[in-house]
Design a binder for this molecule. Structure first.
Ligand code: FAD
Length: 498
């Protein structure tokens, strides 16, 4: 693995591998335990393919009882556990550990209950995001958060990453659409949070768990809110001669009080890559493209389309095309949703970054990104959720060329520092994982991080669940109680810094 430092492997666990495998086989019989290297190869990385590591063993439980017993066994024997859904994480959240059990939740693949009167679906965590919509669409319902990976990614992974999508601008991220969870703690205890009802007493543990990146518990059941499909949805493609004018148009639309169902921006390299791949009819002469979708009652959509067109004209748009059918609307989105694989066709490798900035900083950040592209000698293609300021710069590199991965990582780190510098945050929707772990110090000071770590310790004081992710260093949980930071001096210098 490049220069990425992970927690040191436990030699005792490595030497007991055969005994551990047979103990796990006793809990999950049949084909639920994979220990052959060739078969484990499929699990050695997630969608952050720059990093790879074979796990100690892969376990695929089918029941909550099996999950509970596996976790209890690992707890009792000091064995690390990395939960995994579909493995589409772009931040390396599901990257295995040499001395850790990789716990795949993909056999939990059933929708358990569809409750239209409560507008809720109860599902197992391995069901895909799109699978939930597929289960209810014949009744005119859908699940709103729609990551571009929705055909593959699991709802359990969505919970762990607090995933979003093009419709999150209006309908919220995963955290705004999850109603309840069943989770298994590292001790094997099963807890339930929330349910079909709207509010719960006490601390908002549901929000704490959503986005916890597999560090606090393993999700075994999810209850989500479903929505009725809007009467009408239409999308408009608007081309601009500069990213600055497209950025101003975005700000003016939101400033006018219009909340589109989605508002996405792509720059010239991304437009060309997507158009070559999907033939969505994107304007190839544009430097920046906005895809704006409006939904609701037909009369309202017609009115808002007129408003958006007027704002786009005021900002000097060079082209504008509104969808006239459902098929055409889907084609407009197909290019955007396939933008990542499309960019994969024009470069052997790419790093997909994920940061969020205040909308008004968009023109400045885009122009600074061009300077960074020259500094690091690598191309960048931009695809982003313009409405909520969530950037996805795709840094193009070739892993086979000496030094290019290091240059891409340095470029990515500079982009994330820039996001923080203009008042934004390190992550939007892809989580911290290993990708942004070492940059957490750019956003949080030692005291902030120590408090976040205390939450981790409350659930997993032996630090067995997904260690090496999110936190840039390990603190022994007992020592956090005595932690005191003086004049920025790093406490406990003997504790591993990754
Ligand atoms: C082409 C492409 C496009 C993408 N587009 C988007 C996008 O538009 N928006 C977006 O938000 N993301 C996007 N992603 C990122 C990714 O799809 C999401 O982060 C997704 O939620 C990951 O789900 P997964 O099932 O693949 O999880 P995995 O990759 O398997 O795991 C992700 C994290 O979740 C944890 N985890 C998984 N299952 C569980 C569980 N049951 N219990 C506890 N922890 C668990 C893992 O430990 C890990 O930390 C994209 C990825 C790709 C490859």
């Amino acid at each position: 693995m490049s220069g990425l430092k992970m927690p040191e492997a436990n030699r005792d666990v490595l030497s007991r591998r055969a005994e551990i495998v047979s103990a796990l086989r006793a809990i999950v019989p049949g084909e639920g335990v994979i220990d052959a290297r060739t078969e484990m190869r499929a699990y050695e990385t997630d969608a952050l393919t720059a990093y790879r590591q074979m796990p100690l063993v892969v376990v695929l439980p089918e029941t909550v009882e099996q999950v509970s017993r596996v976790l209890r066994y690992c707890f009792d024997n000091g064995i690390k556990v990395v939960p995994r859904g579909a493995g589409t994480s772009l931040s390396g959240g599901a990257l295995p550990l040499e001395d850790g059990v990789l716990l795949s939740m993909m056999k939990f693949n059933r929708v358990l209950d569809i409750d239209y009167s409560n507008r809720a679906v109860v599902t197992q965590p391995g069901v895909t995001n799109l699978g939930i919509t597929r289960a209810v669409e014949h009744e005119g319902f859908y699940y709103a958060p729609d990551p571009s990976s929705q055909i593959a990614c699991s709802i359990g992974g969505n919970i762990a990453e607090n995933s979003g999508g093009v419709h999150s601008l209006k309908y919220g991220l995963t955290t705004n659409n999850v109603l309840g969870l069943e989770m298994v703690l590292i001790t094997g205890e099963v807890i339930r949070l929330g349910g079909k009802h709207l509010d719960a007493e006490g601390y908002d543990m549901l929000a704490l768990m959503t986005g916890s990146e597999g560090l606090l518990a393993v999700v075994t059941e999810v209850t989500v809110r479903i929505l009725q499909k809007p009467e009408t949805a239409r999308a408009v493609l608007v081309g601009f001669a500069t990213s600055e004018s497209a950025g101003r148009c975005v700000a003016e639309i939101i400033g006018a009080g219009i909340i589109p169902a989605g508002m996405e921006m792509m720059d010239r390299p991304a437009i060309h890559a997507a158009e070559d791949f999907v033939h969505a009819g994107y304007p190839l002469d544009a430097e920046a493209l906005l895809i704006v979708e409006l939904d609701g009652p037909e009369a309202e959509v017609d009115h808002l389309l007129g408003e958006v067109a007027a704002i786009a004209r005021r900002n000097g748009c060079t082209s504008s095309r509104t969808s006239t059918s459902e098929a055409e609307r889907a084609t407009f989105w197909a290019g955007r949703k396939a933008a990542f694989p499309a960019v994969g066709r024009i470069s052997p490798d790419y790093l997909c970054m994920d940061g969020t900035i205040p909308r008004k900083a968009l023109p400045e950040v885009l122009s600074r990104m061009q300077d960074l592209s020259k500094k690091h000698g690598l191309r960048v293609a931009n695809v982003f959720h313009a409405g909520d300021g969530n950037l996805h710069p795709l840094i193009l590199y070739d892993a086979n060329k000496l030094g290019e991965l290091d240059a891409a990582e340095a470029f990515g780190a500079d982009i994330l520092r820039l996001c923080v510098h203009v008042g934004g945050v390190l992550t939007g929707e892809h989580g911290v994982g290993v990708e942004k772990r070492d940059l957490m110090g750019e956003m949080f000071n030692e005291i902030d991080l120590a408090h976040q770590m205390r939450v981790k310790c409350a659930f997993d004081d032996r630090q067995l669940l997904n260690p090496g992710k999110v936190f840039p260093e390990l603190h022994r949980c007992a020592e956090l109680g005595r932690m005191h930071v003086h004049a920025g001096a790093l406490p406990f210098p003997d504790i591993p810094r990754f």
